[in-house]
Unconditional design. Structure first.
Lengths: 348, 176
């Protein structure tokens, strides 16, 4: 688009007047001989209406999109933070961030996949199963992500009882006699859930050696089986194998650096070792990592108790009894049993 | 793939218009008379601004490189609200794609042309040019010619994409 104004060159030999209008009073000191009016006219060279309309249209589209920008920015931040947390194995943070992202975009398959992975690594199995159901039949474009979710779904099966196990539990009303349980385990050597359940029963009966043996077999099949690692840490503590107990906690923390219960478990090991100051620090750290886990709260109550801070101990017990659910109350009850001497936690 | 420059100019004409408009606005800022503006044409050059030689050489340099700042800033600003929905969130609508097209088109025309470089070159070669102006001017000319060479390997498009996609992602990365 060319304008109709007279084109002036820098070189005007012999020109006496304004190069545009011929007026005699030109402004000196410039390469082009122009009068004041013409110079001002050229300085304010008009921008055509079409260009102004073009700029206005861009501005309108921009304004429209700016309305959605704060929401998109917040969503992008949750996804970025969640992805970063996932890569750093901070799965509590990842689950929190992806939950927020999913509330804005509930139908986004990739967000649901990340959320599922975070829930699985936090052992939030109820959340995982809900998300997994949503993902059935959905196409996941990201191959690496698909493989991870697929793997988690396959592993999830070992966290719930098989039909044959459910049948056995029904028959015996959840109280399977030892010979029947053993026979079931012999017939189902790869049923991790059943083996772990039996190990838990043995642990509760203080039959530590056979419990240890079964848990080792479970971990041979799935080295990252969370409940087995967790129980192993408790078992080794009870067997006074403190280094080994710590090693299993570290295994848990290697899978999920925000596994607060692993830190709390270490705190209990320190209490057993009568390293009470260090235990309190770890207990506080576990609460800082995951303040909702009742195991962590009970551990902090114990840590306060053994450090002689009865005021904080009692305040926390009161708070748990008033505000928390039945599971927390159960854990707190164990702690109060230790305090009252009903349960012997460590030798005096 | 060899695509004629004219075809690219046509496809990204909003960037050419903004480039020339930026030259014009910098002329207006420095009160330099403008004698002719071609915002876009099918040909080479795709657009140009004919103006009087400014009084100061640094003004010449700024008028020549002005589009680099204006196109980069505007390209980033336009693409910013659209980059996340298009490239990260997968919830983009038609307007978001329009903004991405505009943002990339505008940003990829940020590089000054060899014509702009020639203006700076002519000014800084003069005897009365101050040393500081020469120190700034020569590298600028060099960079412009490098950019021009780079456009043969789609450097301008790469730059446009980097501005439109990279800047929003950097912002997210910094804020997260």
């Amino acid at each position: 688009m060319k304008n109709s104004l007279y084109q002036v060159t820098d070189d005007h030999p012999g020109s006496n007047g304004c190069a545009q209008c011929g007026a005699p009073d030109i402004l000196h000191g410039y390469p082009t001989p122009l009068c004041n009016d013409c110079r001002q006219g050229f300085i304010r060279y008009p921008i055509p209406l079409g260009i102004k309309v073009f700029a206005g249209a861009i501005l309108l589209v921009l304004v429209y999109c700016c309305f959605s920008f704060p929401r998109d920015l917040s969503l992008g931040l949750h996804i970025e933070r969640g992805t970063k947390a996932e890569s750093e194995k901070k799965f509590l943070t990842a689950q929190r961030e992806f939950t927020r992202a999913a509330s804005s975009m509930p139908n986004d398959v990739e967000i649901q996949c990340h959320l599922a992975l975070a829930a699985f690594n936090n052992m939030d199995l109820s959340a995982f199963s809900v998300i997994a159901e949503k993902l059935v039949g959905k196409t996941i474009g990201n191959d690496a992500l698909y493989k991870k979710v697929d793997d988690a779904m396959a592993r999830f099966n070992s966290y719930v009882p098989k039909d044959s196990m459910i049948e056995l539990m029904k028959v015996h009303r959840n109280n399977i006699p030892d010979p029947h349980f053993k026979r079931y385990l012999r017939n189902h050597p790869n049923d991790i859930y059943a083996h772990f359940s039996y190990a838990s029963i043995l642990f509760d009966q203080d039959r530590f050696k056979p419990c240890d043996s079964i848990l080792k077999n479970v971990l041979k099949i799935d080295a990252g089986y969370f409940p087995a690692l967790r129980l192993m840490a408790s078992l080794k503590r009870e067997m006074h194998e403190y280094d080994s107990a710590d090693k299993y906690c570290d295994d848990l923390l290697n899978i999920n650096t925000e596994a607060g219960y692993a830190i709390a478990s270490k705190a209990r090991t320190r209490l057993k070792q009568k390293k009470d100051t260090e235990a309190l620090q770890l207990a506080l750290q576990s609460i800082q990592t995951d303040e909702l886990d009742p195991y962590n709260k009970a551990t902090l109550i114990l840590a306060y108790h053994f450090n002689g801070d009865n005021e904080k101990r009692d305040a926390l017990i009161e708070d748990c009894r008033t505000n928390d659910n039945a599971t927390t109350k159960e854990f707190v009850e164990y702690a109060t049993d230790v305090i009252t001497g009903k349960v012997r936690f460590r030798p005096k | 793939m060899l695509i004629p420059g004219i075809a690219i100019s046509i496809a990204t004409c909003p960037g050419v218009v903004v480039h020339e408009l930026a030259h014009q606005l910098f002329c207006r800022l420095f009160k330099v008379p403008v004698f002719q503006v071609v915002y876009f044409q099918v040909g080479n050059p795709a657009g140009f601004v004919l103006h009087e030689t400014p009084q100061y050489k640094w003004q010449s340099i700024l008028i020549s490189v002005g589009p680099f700042f204006v196109n980069t800033l505007l390209g980033a600003l336009i693409a910013l609200p659209a980059a996340l929905p298009v490239f990260t969130l997968n919830n983009a609508n038609f307007l978001h794609y329009v903004l991405i097209y505009l943002g990339v088109s505008i940003a990829m025309h940020a590089f000054p042309s060899t014509g702009d470089a020639a203006v700076i070159w002519k000014e800084i070669r003069k005897d009365d040019t101050k040393l500081l102006t020469k120190l700034v001017g020569y590298p600028v000319v060099g960079l412009i010619y490098l950019g021009s060479l780079g456009s043969m390997i789609w450097l301008d498009l790469v730059y446009g994409l980097a501005v439109a996609i990279g800047i929003p992602n950097l912002i997210i990365h910094w804020l997260a």
